[in-house]
Design a protein around this ligand. Sequence first.
Ligand code: OOG
Ligand code: NI
Length: 463
Amino acid sequence: MARHVSSDDIRTRFSSAMSDMYRAEVPQYGTLLKLVADINAQTLYRAPGDNARAGGGSEMARIEIERHGAIRLGTAGELHTIRRVFAVMGMCPVGYYDLASAGMPVHATAFRPVEDEALALNPFRVFTSLLRLELIEDDDLRERAAAILERRQIFTDRLMSLLDQFDADGGLSDEDATAFVIEALETFRWHRHATVDAETYHAFHQAHRLIADVVCFHGPHINHLTPRTLDIDATQQAMPEWGISPKATIEGPPRRDCPILLRQTSFKALEEPIVFPADGGGETGTHTARFGEIEQRGAALTRRGRKRYDELLAAAREATHGLEGATHQRALAEAFQDFPDDEATLRREGLAWFDYQPVEGARIDDPEALPRERDALIEALIEQGLMQARPITYEDFLPVSAAGIFQSNLGESHAQHYADTDSRGEFEAALGASMQDEFALYEQRSERSLTACLEALGLSHLV
Ligand code: OOG
Ligand code: NI
C-alpha cells in the first residue's frame, strides 16, 4: 500500500493553497500579507528578545504561515461533513461560541490542531459557524431558507469519496492528498452566481445580512484569512498608508507588556458583484461578505484569568462606549490596570498557562533541599535559574471579539436581539462529536511540559 501523507502535511498544503486562492480573489489580502511581514520584521529587529516570550523560537518559525479563516454553514449535514474534511488535516473542533446573544443567528466552533508538534508546524484554524434557522422569526422565510439549503451540495462527489477512503484506510496517499486539497478548496471558493432570485436575496438580506450570505450561494465561501502580526497597533496604524482602512477599534484586551489572549482588527468587507439566475432575469447586484483581518496572539489564560478578563471587559464597556482608535485603547488600558502584567505574577496567581523547560546545563546540587509542594517547587526552580517558564500561546478565539468582527462587517444597523438559549447540545448533535475543552488542552500541555522538565532535571520523584 502507498505510504500515507501526514495530516500535518495535508493541512499545510491546504492552507497554502487556500492562501493562494484568497490572494487571487481578494487582492487586498496580498497587500495585507506584505504589510504584516514588514511589521513583523521591524518588530523582531527592534526587540528580538521580546518576541521569544510568547512561545519562543519555534513560534517564530510558524508565524509566517500562520493563518485563520472563517466559514458560515447552513445545515447540520454540512457541519457534519466539514468535521470529516478537517479531520483529514488533523484539525479538531475546540470550544463552543454562541453568538446569538450578540445578535448573530449563529453558533460556532474552531477547528484546529491540538497536539504540541502539530501546532508548532502549522496552527491553521477555521472559525466555523452554523446558521440557526430556528432564530428566523418569519415562518415562510425560515421554511424557504431550509428548503434552499437542503438542495445544495457544498462538497464535490470526489471529495466525498476521498473522505470515505480516508476513513477506511486511516490516511491518503500523496496523489490522493493532492486531489483532496484541490477538491476541498472547491467548498471554500467564492461564487458570484447567487442560487436565488434578487427578490429572495433581498428578503433574506432584510431579515439579517448573515442569512443572505449563508443561504443564497453555492457554498460557504471563505470570508477572511487572517495573518498574525507581532504588533497589531503598528500594523493598524500603517494600514491607511497601504491603502487599507481598518475598523475603528481593536477587539480584545489592550496592549500590554505581557500580551494576553488575542487582539484583532479587520478592514471592511468588499462590495462584490453578484449575478442572479438567468431564469429569474439574470439581474446583477452586489454582496458584501469578504473582508480582511489581522491578529496578535498572547498568553492563554486559565479559567480564573479568563473570568477576570471577561469581567474587566464587561466593566470597560461603559467607559469605552463610543470611543475609537487611541482614545478607546487608553480607556481600555485604564480598565485593565488591575490585571497583572508581568509573567511572574501571572504565573503565581494562576492567571495564565505556562510551558516549562530545563535551563541548559542546569545542575541540581541538593535535590532534598527543594520544596515538595508543586507550586513552591516550580518557583524555587525558576528562582535558582534551573527552569524556565514561557507563556503558552492562546490558540483559540474570543466570542465578544468575534461578535465585534461580525458586526463591523455586516453593518451595525443590523444588530438584532435573540434570546439567550444554550444550544451547545444541538451543535454537537449536528457535528456528530463533542468539542474539546480549550482550558483542558492548555492545562495538559502545561502539565506535560512540567513532567518532562522535572524528568530532565532528575526530579521526577519529587512530585
Ligand atoms: C467569523 C468572525 C469570527 C474571529 O476572528 O473572531 C472570527 C465570521 O465573520 O464568519 O473570524
Ligand atoms: Ni477572524
